[in-house]
Ligand binder design. Structure first.
Ligand SMILES: Cc1cc2nc3c(=O)[nH]c(=O)nc-3n(C[C@H](O)[C@H](O)[C@H](O)COP(=O)(O)OP(=O)(O)OC[C@H]3O[C@@H](n4cnc5c(N)ncnc54)[C@H](O)[C@@H]3O)c2cc1C
Length: 338
């Protein structure tokens, strides 16, 4: 493993922030981690595992070692009457994995088409879109404990999945490198088109017979038209999570803001689109220097060129404060702040 020093991270984070890592190395096998890590990581500095850099905001130079995960390979490990179990290396691109499943006619991840990033971060974030989350297709993962140098297997309940959340963002934060993830995919498609604009897009596409391929294409069309391409404008997707609140608090809020949208989470709780709250505070399309809020999607903070991570973070602070002031709601960041 070649360790580089003072390494520019601009191309390694989709915000395109110009920061440096003190040390940077790529690993494509667990042996590299087991054999080389002890010697290079004997210094007392932090270690960060990096995937596609699409859910990270670097607010300063990273004074430690960044390990870019390049573990590859996708294979079927077992199957039964209903399911096929597919294991993917953590360094595989997420959308390429979705395409693999589509090609093999395996259902479960079509709604998650075109989400940027790599397979390794998908359970860590419990990525989700259009009514589906990773936890719905997750079977197990293997992760390397960075200090103890052991490989541990986690099943779904051990991952403690929540909304864009897992044990790897809480109790085990920064302790593990996820090596591979096994997904349980359906042989018989279970379509989920009730969420968002999928049904409408399928109509526009003149789809006569529903298929996982059609759903994937519909999702790709919607995402391409609504979300900024990080290759063109730096961003990390949704910057904030959609807040959840007790139904009775929501009823009070609705008396003041009668058009406030919501989704039912369970009997007692509703979810409110953070984009709506941010838009109501007048942030949509806002720009200060090169840091801004996207013109079409208020949930997406953007770097128009040379914004620093601190400027983007500061903007997110101002947005948080104004939403708190107007609605008394605390927004929580989805993006990992480093
Ligand atoms: C345009 C755009 C649209 C997006 N849309 C969605 C969406 O619809 N739904 C959604 O859920 N997300 C979305 N995202 C966010 C992002 O795509 C996901 O969070 C994705 O899973 C991040 O993957 P990554 O490999 O880029 O992770 P990174 O940004 O590299 O890392 C994210 C975090 O995971 C950790 N990590 C990464 N890999 C590993 C590993 N192997 N082991 C241990 N820790 C690891 C990192 O240390 C970091 O803390 C979007 C992002 C963009 C830019």
């Amino acid at each position: 493993m070649q360790v580089q020093q003072n390494f520019l991270l601009k191309k390694y984070n989709t915000f395109g922030i110009e920061v440096y890592a003190k040390y940077f190395a790529e690993f494509d096998s667990i042996n590299v981690l087991q054999e080389v890590l002890p010697s290079i990581a004997s210094g007392n500095f932090p270690i960060l595992i990096l995937g596609g850099g699409s859910n990270i905001l670097f607010t300063k130079n990273f004074e430690g070692l960044i390990l870019k995960n390049e573990l590859r390979g996708i294979s079927v490990i077992k199957e039964d009457d209903e399911f096929v179990y597919v294991q993917a290396g953590a360094g595989e691109n997420w959308h390429q994995f979705v395409l693999y499943c589509l090609q093999k006619n395996l259902s479960g991840v079509e709604n998650l088409s075109l989400i940027p990033g790599n397979v390794g971060a998908s359970p860590m974030q419990n990525i989700g879109a259009y009514g589906v989350e990773i936890k719905d297709v997750f079977y197990e993962l293997e992760a390397f404990h960075l200090k103890e140098k052991t490989v541990i297997r986690f099943n779904s309940s051990e991952c403690e999945f929540g909304y864009r959340d897992s044990i790897f963002k809480k109790r085990y934060k920064d302790q593990f490198a996820i090596l591979n993830v096994t997904f349980r995919l359906n042989k018989n498609p279970q379509y989920n088109i009730s969420y968002g604009a999928i049904e409408q897009e399928l109509k526009q596409m003149d789809v006569e017979e529903l298929s996982i391929h059609a759903i994937s294409q519909a999702v790709i069309n919607i995402r391409s038209s609504r979300l900024p391409d990080p290759g063109v404008i730096g961003n990390a997707g949704s910057f904030f999570k959609n807040p959840t609140m007790p139904g009775k608090n929501f009823d009070e809020l609705k008396k003041i803001y009668f058009d406030i949208p919501s989704y039912i989470v369970n009997q007692d709780h509703v979810k409110i689109p953070a984009a709506w709250l941010i838009e109501q505070c007048g942030w949509k399309g806002y720009k200060k220097g090169d840091a801004g809020v996207h013109v079409k999607q208020a949930l997406v903070l953007v770097n128009y060129g040379k914004a620093s991570g601190k400027e983007i973070y500061q903007l997110s602070e101002e947005i948080k404060n104004s939403v708190k002031q107007k609605f008394n709601i605390d927004l929580e960041r989805e993006v990992n702040i480093i």
